[in-house]
Design a protein around this ligand. Structure first.
Ligand SMILES: *[C@@H]1O[C@H](CO)[C@@H](O)[C@H](O)[C@H]1NC(C)=O
Ligand SMILES: *[C@@H]1O[C@H](CO)[C@@H](O)[C@H](O)[C@H]1NC(C)=O
Ligand SMILES: *[C@@H]1O[C@H](CO)[C@@H](O)[C@H](O)[C@H]1NC(C)=O
Ligand SMILES: *[C@@H]1O[C@H](CO)[C@@H](O)[C@H](O)[C@H]1NC(C)=O
Ligand SMILES: *[C@@H]1O[C@H](CO)[C@@H](O)[C@H](O)[C@H]1NC(C)=O
Length: 537
């Protein structure tokens, strides 16, 4: 029966090979299509070096007669780690219902039924094709799979709870994509989470990692509490929880203190709501009332805001700060059921233009999930952080009327005692003058890090070009007899990938500069990869 399944795969493989042989020119698109095949796939989130994948309806019953086939990859040169969080396939024979992994050198599975399945597979390739197939069946949750590159041997799945581990302190790697996996968490980042909570989902709730990317988490186990308060944070709802023996906290970098605001000087708004109450007094919902820790009504926008999408609340922090999160509430007044359901963030520094905070993966404006009632605070974290003096909250959707109280979380930018921070700042200063001419044509970079990147991509090639031209000049003078055709001086060289240009004479210098500027930017890794592969090649 097992052979039957394999036979089926072999047939499919043979058919595919046949197609390839017969229609060589047409086959490429067909091949590409086959990489994500069928309607049996459920939740899939992939990022550069980790991800999560489930069968359809997981953890409900997977449908009859479906196929899910997907090729997952990690960066070339790394090995893939697969971790099965759950496998529940109703079949003892794996004939028509099975899960199978195929890499260029090996095959793992088919898996099904009650057979012993390895919890973790370390492949020696960076690519594997996952195939799930179902026939006719009554029950079965299907599968939940997470993967990462071999850089993360401590990968866990989205389903691990803190009470799986006994150590009082440990570190694990959460894959991208755990936010929307079913399973409870209770508690919050300040007081801790009940030990029955899902670790990775709690880490997203706590703002330790971004769901789109995943990442390393540090966990501390502590004595439990009698009651766990739940809140909505980063799109994850934690529930209230009752007494437990143990709770856990996340280790943090300490940059999540409340940033103090002076109401009159530092908070402004596009409009505010004023009206006369029964006793003839003017009631104000002014921007100065937008501090979360203050009692009384919040800020609310004026009447003209009804169909107006660009109302804003602006906060001046007095100096550039690192902002890692925001907490918001609605009106906080039970007789005024006003709150902001979603918003975007803008930020800027002394002389620059407003920039929109963007998601970490796609380059689009990031919309944050705000409040769902007038009362309860909701937290959203910025990963990576915003580094700015001014921020603006721009409501996108709201209930009845825009009403907000806010608190910003973050820290001072450390006084730069090391040259690394200094050189980064100075690069950015150069950039702000340089960028003026670019503003109209170029999309505005989202945060500090990509801004640094732009500066380098603009400045470095220029500097290099000057140096190269000078070098070429000397070269030519010294060796007049040699032919003129110099690759560096030609216009063609300017157009080709600048990293290739850089690599040859300045490779060492260049990579040192990168370490300075993008300690956590994803762009960095891309560029570094480029450089490494260039240097290798
Ligand atoms: C990967 O492992 C298989 C056996 O598990 C072996 O045949 C193959 O040569 C290995 N490939 C590499 C590149 O190490
Ligand atoms: C699959 O089909 C069988 C027979 O038609 C049916 O009894 C069963 O409920 C179906 N299973 C699912 C998961 O839809
Ligand atoms: C009207 O507003 C004033 C000032 O805010 C307040 O003292 C008074 O109680 C309000 N009257 C009513 C009927 O709400
Ligand atoms: C921004 O303005 C503040 C106050 O006017 C000033 O103290 C600070 O040095 C300025 N920062 C920059 C980078 O120009
Ligand atoms: C400078 O910063 C480093 C950490 O980046 C720290 O270890 C060191 O103590 C600091 N030095 C001074 C003089 O503050």
């Amino acid at each position: 029966m097992v052979a039957g399944a394999r036979g089926g795969c072999a047939q499919a493989g043979a058919a595919r090979r046949g197609l390839l042989a017969l229609l060589l020119a047409v086959s490429a698109p067909l091949w590409l299509q086959a990489e994500e095949l069928g309607d049996g796939c459920g939740h899939i989130v992939t990022y550069k070096d980790s991800g999560t994948m489930t069968s359809k309806n997981y953890p409900g019953t997977y449908p009859n007669h479906t196929i899910c086939e997907k090729t997952i990859t990690v960066p070339k040169g790394k090995r893939l780690i697969l971790r099965l969080g759950d496998l529940d396939i109703e079949s003892q024979t794996c004939a028509s219902d099975y899960l199978l992994f195929t890499s260029s050198s090996d095959q793992y599975g088919p898996y099904c039924g009650s057979m012993a399945v390895p919890k973790e597979l370390l492949l020696n390739t960076s690519e594997v094709t996952v195939r799930f197939e179902s026939g006719s069946h009554i029950s079965g949750r299907g599968f939940l799979l997470t993967y990462a590159s071999s850089d993360h041997p401590d990968l866990i799945t989205c389903l691990e709870r803190a009470n799986h581990y006994l150590k009082t302190e440990y570190s694990k790697f959460c894959p991208a994509g755990c936010r929307d996996i079913a399973g409870d968490i209770s508690g919050n980042v300040v007081h801790g989470y009940r030990d029955t909570s899902l670790l990775c989902k709690a880490a997203i709730h706590a703002g330790v990692i971004a769901d789109e990317v995943g990442g390393q988490i540090g966990v501390l186990l502590r004595r439990g509490m009698s009651r766990y308060e739940g809140i909505l944070a980063n799109g994850v709802l934690s529930r209230h929880g009752s007494l437990s023996d143990k709770r856990f906290l996340f280790t943090s970098n300490g940059c999540s203190r409340s940033l103090s605001l002076e109401p009159d000087r530092q908070i402004r708004a596009s409009s505010s709501w004023e009206w006369i109450n029964e006793t003839g007094d003017q009631v104000r919902w002014s921007p100065g009332q937008a501090r979360l820790q203050d009692q009384g009504p919040s800020w609310a926008s004026g009447d003209r805001s009804k169909n107006h999408k660009r109302e804003w609340l602006r906060i001046d922090l007095g100096e550039k700060k690192k902002i890692t999160g925001i907490r918001t509430t609605g009106s906080t007044q039970s007789n005024f059921n006003f709150y902001v359901k979603s918003f975007v963030m803008n930020f800027r520094n002394n002389n620059s233009k407003w920039e929109t905070y963007k998601g970490i993966v796609n380059n689009e404006e990031k919309v944050f999930q705000g409040n769902s009632n007038f009362r309860d605070p909701v937290r959203n974290n910025f990963i990576p952080p915003i580094v700015a003096r001014y921020v603006r909250v721009i409501p996108q959707t709201w209930h009845q009327r825009i009403a907000l109280k806010v608190e910003l979380l973050g820290c001072q930018i450390a006084p730069s005692n090391d040259s690394l921070v200094w050189s980064k700042t100075s690069l950015n200063t150069v950039g702000s003058t340089n960028r003026e001419d670019e503003t109209i044509l170029k999309p505005i970079p989202s945060e500090e890090m990509p801004k640094g990147l732009n500066v380098i991509t603009i400045v470095t090639p220029l500097v290099l070009l000057v140096l190269l031209v000078a070098g070429v000049g000397i070269f030519v003078v010294l060796r007049k007899r040699k032919k003129k055709g110099n690759p560096y001086g030609s216009a063609k060289a300017q157009k080709t990938d600048c990293w290739k240009q850089i690599k040859y004479p300045f490779a060492r210098h260049q990579s040192a500069e990168f370490t300075i500027s993008y300690d956590n930017g994803k762009e960095m890794t891309q560029k570094l990869d480029l450089i490494t592969s260039d240097m290798a090649g």
